[in-house]
Unconditional design. Structure first.
Length: 173
């Protein structure tokens, strides 16, 4: 089974691209952080990403989603952000790398990392921490450098219209 990560800064089109891949019949694992943020807000916890329990909850949901998909024995999976993205967010929020995250970082193997170039426009969402395009691009650069540091093969995906980006990625498999 092949594992491919779709990553980049906020507002780079990851979620739209993952949805397009899913519509085409690909197995995808959607990003967990926004789901956890929504849940924590719903139970009265404001600014969830500042809570020590946030990143462990994100990892737990990520692993649960992966386990469900793996039951289907897919030939390939596309991840909306990988474990190493979570490493960056744990660091940037000032938390220590927790044991479970470190274990996953040490054992996870991805076949390719697709890094989405910026769309050069900020898409505001209720749970976005980055407030401007510069912050989004800086976070994207951090993700790129983290995957590079860990020796993953990174393919930059240019700023194209959605279906052309999907085609670009599928042609690089």
């Amino acid at each position: 089974m092949k594992k491919y990560v779709i990553t980049g800064g906020a507002s780079s089109g990851k979620s739209s691209l993952i949805t397009a891949l899913e519509i085409k019949g690909e197995f995808v694992i959607k990003e967990s952080a926004e789901s956890i943020a929504r849940y924590m807000n719903a139970i009265g916890i404001k600014n969830p990403h500042t809570q020590k329990s946030y990143q462990p909850k994100v990892l737990d949901l990520f692993l649960k989603r992966e386990k469900i998909i793996l039951k289907n024995n897919p030939k390939r999976i596309f991840y909306d952000r990988g474990i190493h993205d979570q490493l960056d967010y744990t660091k940037i929020n000032g938390f220590e790398i927790f044991k479970e995250l470190q274990e996953q970082i040490n054992k996870v193997k991805y076949d390719k990392i697709f890094f989405l170039e910026s769309l050069n426009k900020l898409q505001q969402t209720e749970y976005r921490k980055e407030t401007n395009l510069e912050e989004c691009n800086k976070m994207g650069e951090m993700h790129y450098n983290t995957y590079k540091h860990f020796g993953f093969k990174i393919i930059k995906v240019p700023n194209l219209e959605l279906e052309r980006r999907v085609g670009f990625i599928l042609n690089k498999l």
